[in-house]
Design a protein. Structure first.
Length: 267
């Protein structure tokens, strides 16, 4: 089977690299990008063949669209004729905020859509991909997607109306976590650690904490209590964070990202 990728930037490129890890799919991959060098570089590194957008739409059985949400309409309009002639294709949208109903209006009605919302840690196999299917997409399409992206991390099917919330939490979440990571490392430097050491400690603390939370399946509040001894240093830090409305600030950040995702989807 031929699997096309159009748009090989941060996210499209990461997903193409993931799919290329599987021998069954690598040779059938067609890689297209506006600047051709990206497609050539990826093909040399990971496998697959550089191609044009037109070749992808004419030959692939499944197409991952990795362009920006605002570019979907123009891209699909440019290839309307070839898309009209093709039998049902499986199209994968990773565009933040674009609903399936909008995507379906951009293509002839025989095509099937799956809307996915990946986050950047898919590049290291520890990502989250939430997804929803259009009415025409069926179980075989879902099974194929799950098999193809199994190395990405956690894949969770959601009702489409929940995808914007998943975008705000898991899609945007890495940026919020990086801010926290940077702040921890800055604090380490301020209290006398070398930058490199502070950075290592911050990254490993976040990684280990996430792994422990995942393994223990306890509520974060219980795990937090286990670190806080009475009258100790940790509870002093927790009290300081709470005096600055730490949790409320994070909740507002995710809400702002959610609202913006919804606004962008309406444009
Ligand atoms: N980054 C994330 O964390 C993230 C998370 C979830 C979903 N997404 C979604 O992933 C999509 C891509 O985002 P991104 O962050 O990966 O953006 P990006 O790094 O800017 O990648 C977009 C790519 O599309 C290429 N492109 C633009 N127009 C094209 C066209 N007409 N034909 C072929 N290729 C074209 C660009 O080529 P050039 O090299 O020429 O610029 C670029 O390589 C978006 O829809 C976004 O909502 C991103």
């Amino acid at each position: 089977m031929k699997i096309g990728f159009i748009g090989l930037g941060n996210m499209g490129g990461s997903l193409a690299r993931l799919v290329a890890q599987d021998d069954r799919y690598r040779d059938g991959m067609l890689l297209a990008n506006r600047s051709q060098e990206k497609a050539e570089k990826l093909a040399a590194e990971a496998g697959g063949q550089p191609a044009s957008n037109a070749q992808v739409f004419a030959q692939a059985d499944m197409v991952f669209l990795g362009v920006k949400p605002a570019q979907y309409a123009a891209l699909l309009a440019d290839y309307e004729t070839v898309l009209k002639e093709r039998e049902s294709l499986l199209l994968i949208s990773m565009a933040a905020g674009l609903p399936l109903a909008t995507l379906e209006k951009l293509t002839p009605k025989q095509h099937r859509w799956i809307r996915i919302m990946p986050n950047t840690p898919v590049a290291v196999g520890e990502g989250v991909i939430t997804y929803a299917l259009s009415e025409l997409a069926g179980q075989a399409d879902e099974d194929l997607l799950l098999e193809m992206l199994s190395a990405a991390g956690l894949l969770i099917k959601l009702e489409e109306k929940q995808l914007d919330a998943a975008t705000a939490l898991a899609g945007c979440g890495p940026a919020f976590v990086y801010l926290f990571m940077e702040a921890l490392a800055d604090a380490g430097v301020q209290t006398g650690l070398a930058r490199e050491t502070a950075q290592q400690l911050a990254v490993q603390t976040l990684l280990g904490t996430a792994k422990l939370a995942q393994a223990s399946q306890q509520h974060p509040a219980q795990l937090k209590d286990q670190v806080c001894s009475p009258g100790g240093s940790t509870i002093a830090g927790v009290a300081s964070l709470e005096s600055h409305a730490f949790r409320g600030t994070v909740i507002q950040a995710v809400q702002a990202a959610y609202q913006r995702t919804q606004e962008l989807g309406k444009k």
